[in-house]
Design a binder for this molecule. Structure first.
Ligand code: ADP
Ligand code: ZN
Length: 217
């Protein structure tokens, strides 16, 4: 089984949804920089206050800040047996910093999953996306409705629209994806551990593909 895994893809590709399925099935700690930033913003910590202006407008949080929180997280005990990185790295300097961290830990990334999704689909998904305010679980107003309107199936929390899920912030996020994140595909393809999956598939079908990659089949 692959245990040191990166999940990549544009905003709206369904990374968060796949991440939830992966961590439940394979018991890996879920390291989502987006979730870490949102938690920090909710608690109004210094990190949260710093990240907020970038995130709300759809910009990337500066590399030094992002790299710092990931390094701290990867050094925690629960990551010893592996991890699922979701939304990190997103820039070449972040990927280089991650390589250094891995070297220090005498480990290496053994699978990079790129969830490829057409742009029209990303826009459709993000504009209808709702997330649970309490646990972060994702929903969609047309395609992934909760059992009870506005209420999270998992924890009963309130479903809200993310502040950066509006057209203007989304356009900026997609631009950052094109310019800063897409070059990472070549970076990992050159290392030989990149696999592309079809993000336009239904989530359970996609999870079957993802699962066989993780199991190394
Ligand atoms: P999405 O993939 O839908 O854009 P995320 O939850 O992964 O959402 O990220 C939300 C926001 O958090 C990003 O738009 C960005 O501002 C910030 N962020 C998350 N991960 C990173 C990262 N690795 N580097 C810089 N900023 C990040
Ligand atoms: Zn919830």
């Amino acid at each position: 089984m692959k245990t040191n895994i990166i999940l990549m893809g544009p905003p709206g590709a369904g990374k968060g949804t796949q991440a939830k399925l992966i961590i439940a099935a394979y018991k890996l700690p879920h390291i989502s920089t987006g979730d870490m930033f949102r938690e920090a913003m909710k608690n109004e910590t210094p990190l949260g206050l710093k990240a907020k202006s970038y995130i709300d407008q759809g910009h990337l949080v500066p590399d030094d800040v992002t790299i710092g929180i990931v390094e701290e997280r990867l050094n925690q005990d629960d990551c010893k047996g592996g991890f699922l990185l979701d939304g990190f790295p997103r820039t070449i300097p972040q990927a280089e910093a991650l390589d250094k961290m891995m070297e220090k830990m005498h480990r290496s990334i053994d699978l990079v999953i790129d969830v490829e999704t057409p742009k029209e689909e990303l826009i459709r998904r993000i504009s209808g996306r709702r997330v649970c305010k309490a646990c972060g679980a994702p929903y969609h107003v047309d395609t992934m409705k909760p059992k009870v309107d506005g209420v999270c199936d998992i924890c009963g929390g309130e479903l809200i629209q993310r502040k950066d899920d509006n057209v203007s912030a989304l356009t900026t996020r997609l631009e950052h994806y094109e310019h800063e994140t897409k070059p990472l595909l070549d970076y990992y393809a050159n290392k030989g551990n990149l696999v592309t999956v079809d993000g336009s598939k239904e989530k359970d079908d996609l999870f079957l593909d993802v699962s066989s990659l993780i199991r190394g089949e």
